[in-house]
Design a binder for this molecule. Sequence first.
Ligand code: 86X
Length: 427
Amino acid sequence: MKIKNCYFPLFVSPGVLEKEKDHVEGFAPEVAWVTKSGKSDLEVPIAIRPTSETVMYPYYSKWIRGHRDLPLRLNQWCNVVRWEFSNPTPFIRSREFLWQEGHTAFATKEEADAEVLDILELYRRIYEEFLAVPVIKGKKSELEKFAGGLYTTTVEAFIPNTGRGIQGATSHCLGQNFAKMFEINFENEKGEKAMVWQNSWAYTTRTIGVMIMVHGDDKGLVLPPKVAATQVIVIPVPYKDADTQGILDACAATVKTLSESGIRAEADFRDNYSPGWKYSHWEMKGIPLRIEIGPKDLANKQVRVVRRDNSAKSDIPMDSLVEKVREVLDEIQQNLFSVAKQKKEACIKVVKTWEEFLEALSQKKLILAPWCDEEEVEKSVKERTKGEMGAVKTLCSPFDQPELPEGTLCFASGKPAKKWSYWGRSY
Ligand code: 86X
């Protein structure tokens, strides 16, 4: 996609942060400041980036002169700090998190619009094809969008156990708001001065938290094979009178064969733990596939494989090891996705009235409702549902809209509905 990686500094001087007052205002309480070095106060405190617009865009203003400098498409992988006050949770909402932040500038709105969706599709694929987490693509409401931009698109996931939605990633069209503020101008093909159209987009280490909550079970983590650092754990199962060395050698050979074919395999040769202890240990760590090799397996030139996702056991002949393991890993990947998708779909509840809405909410459903698309109504839904559990808000208006029959009314206001929207409590 011709996007280049880059890196900008961690520290933001108060000057640039000030410049962008409108955008920063609402977020100001979350900005972390360095005020000391050792024991002495800094003459000028310096902020730690909560996001990098103010760090990057002054350079965009310098670097972009003419239409030949466009598009400018930069991506940076980094950490950011936001001083959260509402229950910080590892991976889900942490004061420091890692992300990629993409910042792009185009000559035309059409190019910017197209990129917003191209990037959102990449985020969908990360969730669905790698993390095996189903997501809903859609647009944020005016209330929930990034206020500094034109419109915000999102991939939303759902956690069935808690009945909460969670934003998975975001792709914004910024319009020309930042171009105005930072004077990011260019001379177009006609020799006129014009303003760039910008996008920004990000996904974070929250992906890991979502994956853990969607697939984890009472035995611990469940990792999809495509993202598991170790895909296969090989465990020797020696008995008292068995050929222990033969079993250990077979385990080492198994790891070697798998590794050479690109499968990420390791053996647990520790002699101070029993096989049973190791099984639970590696289950807790979420390793997708366990291979056990005991005397019987050795004699039959086979290995026993046990799946983490559904505990299914099978024996596979040594001479088709790689082929079969690959097959099983693929099946696990697919199964995790289809189980997660079924669970999510079983949670979706279409409601037409306020009573149905409250009923679905108490059942931890993901609610799809016709809405008049009025900000006041969304605020009133927030107000009417607030409490210990947190308020209900719109998660997104899905791109994939069901048919909205003429005369359908908003579930919350009774006015004519304009669109379908997902509603729920969220992380
Ligand atoms: C909004 C907007 C945008 C680039 C993205 O969503 C994708 C990647 N940035 C981020 N946002 C802030 O602008 C922000 C600013 C300050 Cl100063 C802050 F302390 C917290 C913030 N949180 C979110």
